[in-house]
Ligand binder design. Structure first.
Ligand code: NAD
Ligand code: UD1
Length: 310
């Protein structure tokens, strides 16, 4: 089967591309390489074809989608902080890009679109662990862009019979997550700093928590969301299934890598969520998803992979 993966040169997208190629699919990647990298597609070889272009341009998306039966929409500006700083620009990619992908999928008569949603849409909701029917409380442009995207995704299933599924990822970590910018995911930054002998910075008091999930589990959830019948129009939390505070995270990593007894602390970020924790019963019931890699094991695997790559 031919599959389109937007954002397929990025962290999650490229891990997904590898899994699709391994099961025999022919993959088209549409990526503008803003945070993604060509080398993330080296392992996939010539069964993955990269088109360099933006999801914000409809004609580009349409050309990339030609002949594709399944579409994974991973392309986005993934940094909450970046959307706070540049909301007009990120809306064009994060919301406009989703609409272009849905319209292109409809035009080429694709069977299904699987959308990379986000736990950020819940905001600071105290009803933890969060179920999919919890009231959304977006508190950043990013969360609004992902929530509005989800609604387009749902309505396109209702209006046009295009099968669509949203996976609300919680905090994903693993190999290929780029530590290279202040906007990068916290685990990639902490691992990079500690391996360089530097002291990472925690924004706030470090007691905020996240439900970290290893990338191989997110890839598996995506494979299931692309194939399982009877789930069109649904939304599923995809998470590791437990809370980790940033102070605990620092402690885990320090025990694997070594480093200063205490991290640096700086002012909390605007728009930051305090606690994020998923109920993953729906993903288990609907998709057969269960996380397979505990956080401590994922961190050890990640550190090994980063060390091996250096
Ligand atoms: P990433 O930055 O590694 O991947 C995003 C990819 O999209 C990159 O390859 C980037 O070059 C590409 N891209 C950005 N703008 C584009 C555009 N205009 N046109 C085409 N390609 C473009 O980040 P990631 O962590 O792999 O995120 C993948 C998806 O998962 C994103 O939609 C993100 O919002 C979502 N998500 C990520 C997490 C997480 O914890 N990493 C959690 C929830 C949701
Ligand atoms: C992350 C994802 C976002 C996703 C969301 C889902 C990234 C870059 N962001 O957002 O795409 O939709 O999860 O839950 O992957 N922090 C530090 N020090 C640092 C960097 C971060 O203390 O050097 C803190 C942040 O203030 C925050 C926590 O770590 O409290 C997590 O931050 P981050 O990794 O940027 O992720 P989220 O904002 O949760």
């Amino acid at each position: 089967m031919r599959v389109l993966v937007t954002g397929g040169a990025g962290f999650i997208g490229s891990n997904l591309v590898d899994a699709l190629v391994a099961r025999g699919d022919e993959v088209v990647v549409l990526d503008d390489l803003s945070t993604g990298k060509r080398e993330n597609l080296e392992a996939a070889g010539d069964r993955a074809r990269l088109i360099v272009g933006s999801v914000a341009d409809y004609d580009t998306v349409l050309a990339a989608a030609e002949g594709c039966e399944l579409v994974y929409h991973e392309a986005a500006v993934a940094s909450v902080q970046r959307t706070v700083e540049a909301p007009v620009e990120t809306n064009q990619v994060n919301l406009g890009g989703t609409l272009n992908v849905l319209e292109a999928a409809r035009a080429v008569k694709a069977r299904r679109v699987v959308f990379a949603g986000s736990a950020a849409t819940y905001g600071d909701n105290p009803d933890l662990p969060l179920r999919e029917d919890a009231k959304p409380r977006p508190q950043s442009p990013y969360a609004i862009e992902k929530l509005a995207s989800e609604q387009y995704v749902k309505v396109w299933a209702d209006l046009y019979g295009l099968e669509t599924v949203t996976l609300r990822y919680f905090n994903v970590f693993g190999p290929r997550q780029d530590p290279g910018s202040p906007y990068s995911g916290v685990i990639s930054i902490f691992v990079d700093r500690l391996l360089r002998g530097q002291v990472p910075t925690i924004f706030g008091d470090g007691e905020q928590t996240r439900d970290f999930v290893f990338v191989s589990d997110v890839v598996r959830a995506n494979l299931l969301a692309g194939t399982v019948d009877g789930v069109s129009g649904r939304v599923f939390n995809i998470a590791g299934g437990g809370p980790t505070s940033l102070n605990q995270l620092y402690g885990h990593l320090r025990s694997v890598i070594g480093g200063a007894e205490r991290p640096n602390y700086a002012e909390a970020r605007a728009g930051d969520i305090r606690h994020s924790l998923a109920n993953i019963d729906a993903a288990h019931e609907g998709l057969g998803y269960r996380p397979g890699v505990p956080v401590a094991e994922g961190l050890a695997r990640l550190v090994e992979a980063v060390r091996a790559a250096r």
